[in-house]
Design a protein around this ligand. Structure first.
Ligand SMILES: [Zn+2]
Length: 225
């Protein structure tokens, strides 16, 4: 109960009186008391929080943040080393990239290039003769100036019809429409004829050369869909 009202309540002797006046005042005091109780609880929470904050050692937080940053840096260095040793162990021999379903030839390991460390682009002439490009119902933005605009399906004859395997996509990338293949949709055939699957490009058995965005040949750029 609010101290001021409580004092008034008892000092005026209304606490002992009977009748309407008592009810009115007691109604007011009850409301005020509830409010005071709420305020008190809020204050308690604030004090507890401030007490806890006082006890927190800022230098301790700084140390912990440094430790996290160092661990992160170490992890990234390890990742780079692993990637470099993986790259060094890769073959320069010509492999063939086959459709993961019909095993038709899509392109060779010399005809797939990596652009800006992320997109794997087939640059062989005739690529568009063996695939079907289908515009996505909705473009999907995946970065600044980058969006997925279409899908690439295998168009090679298979069995009684067309294969239709999902090979990758077409990205609108910094104003260019570039086709990209996903490693998991393909089968990789070595010069000796052995075949293997790789979920990620990083683990393919052959080296992939880089290409600058402006060096992608015109015939590799996807025509407007
Ligand atoms: Zn196919």
């Amino acid at each position: 109960m609010c101290n001021h009202l409580k004092d008034h309540y008892f000092a005026s002797g209304r606490g002992r009186a009977k009748g309407a006046r008592y009810v009115v005042i007691s109604g007011v005091t009850k409301q005020a008391a509830e409010q005071e109780e709420k305020n008190k609880r809020k204050e308690d929470v604030m004090y507890t929080a401030m007490e806890q904050l006082d006890r927190v050692d800022l230098s301790c937080i700084k140390e912990k943040m440094q430790a996290i940053q160092e661990a992160d840096l170490k992890e990234r260095r390890q990742e780079r080393r692993l990637k470099a040793s993986l790259e060094a162990s890769k073959s320069k021999d010509l492999h063939m990239l086959l459709c993961g379903r019909c095993q038709g030839e899509i392109c060779s390991s010399e005809e797939i290039k990596i652009c800006e460390n992320q997109n794997h682009i087939p640059i062989n002439r005739g690529f568009y003769d063996i695939v079907r490009i289908e515009r996505r119902a909705k473009e999907m933005t995946i970065g600044v100036g980058i969006s997925k605009v279409a899908k690439v399906f295998c168009n090679i004859t298979f069995g009684d019809g067309i294969c239709g395997h999902d090979l990758g996509g077409v990205q609108s990338y910094k104003g260019r429409m570039i086709p990209t293949l996903s490693a998991s949709s393909l089968i990789f055939r070595s010069p000796k004829g052995s075949k293997q699957k790789c979920k990620k490009w990083m683990t393919t058995p052959f080296k992939i050369d880089e290409i600058a965005l402006e060096d992608i040949p015109q015939h590799a750029i996807c025509a407007p869909i």
